[in-house]
Design a protein around this ligand. Sequence first.
Ligand code: AMP
Ligand code: FE
Ligand code: FE
Ligand code: ZN
Length: 288
Amino acid sequence: MSGLIDLHAHTNASDGTLTPDQLIGLAQHNGLDALAITDHDTFAGYEAALPIARAAGLDLVRGIELNSRLVLAGDTHPRFAHVLVYFPANEPSAEFKTWLLEERAERRSRNEKLITALQEREVDINLPEVEARGRSITGRPHFARILVEKGYAANFEDAFHKYLGEDAPSYVERVSKTTEEVIQLARLGGGIPVIAHPVRLALPRVAEAALLEHLQKLGLVGLEVYHSEHPPALQAYYRDLAAKLHLLPTGGSDFHGAVKPDIDLGSGRANNVQVPVDFLDGLRRFVQ
Ligand code: AMP
Ligand code: FE
Ligand code: FE
Ligand code: ZN
């Protein structure tokens, strides 16, 4: 028992590259006491991994990562926030699962529009070939890989710059619930909402703290303090901020397998993530 856990990891049920059983194998190999599978928009990876984790004696936590539209006064660009939702001691409600089906239908409709926009730009691409990469959840990273393979973009970043990102002419925005709505849906569904990798909000500290305080009042429960993209000083800052705002600290590597090869499960980037097991105890106590 290492006393270490990882509360943020993806399987190939969304945009990770490891199968659920390979992820469980790696969690054991890396000596983790507990793991949360937090695929984008689906529980399929968690559900496939559950019997394997039980047989292996690994504490597996149900989680999910959802996109949300963050609306801030004065914004001219669309802004998004990822919300992790944990179910460490109970099942999601039927309503929450139905809502996920709607989210996935909206994602598919966005993907259809994105294909049309790319074809209008003379790109040779079709939906079946992209969906073949994405299995249950097809996202822009799957589009990006095909654009690179076919020579339309030099690399992943270039594919977003030229074709898929919000400043590209073929960009298609996903219709997303607001961050406030996602937090409320998570709470109604029996889950624990947590703002993921706050560094990506890219907000000045005062604005960020005001936003988190506002969201806490609306039902936000946690803040992802430890993350592969948070340098040590930032982790310390977020840990203090979480305590100050009465938010539970969480943490994880955001492991995606071979698409982010510098990030390892349980330890992040060059060992910058060490999540203590009492963060999970905190989540479990909240539910009770
Ligand atoms: P989707 O949920 O299909 O809209 O895809 C969102 C995912 O695309 C994010 O989680 C990132 O992994 C990736 N992504 C978004 N913007 C960029 C970007 N500018 N460069 C690289 N990856 C990006
Ligand atoms: Fe991802
Ligand atoms: Fe994320
Ligand atoms: Zn993630």
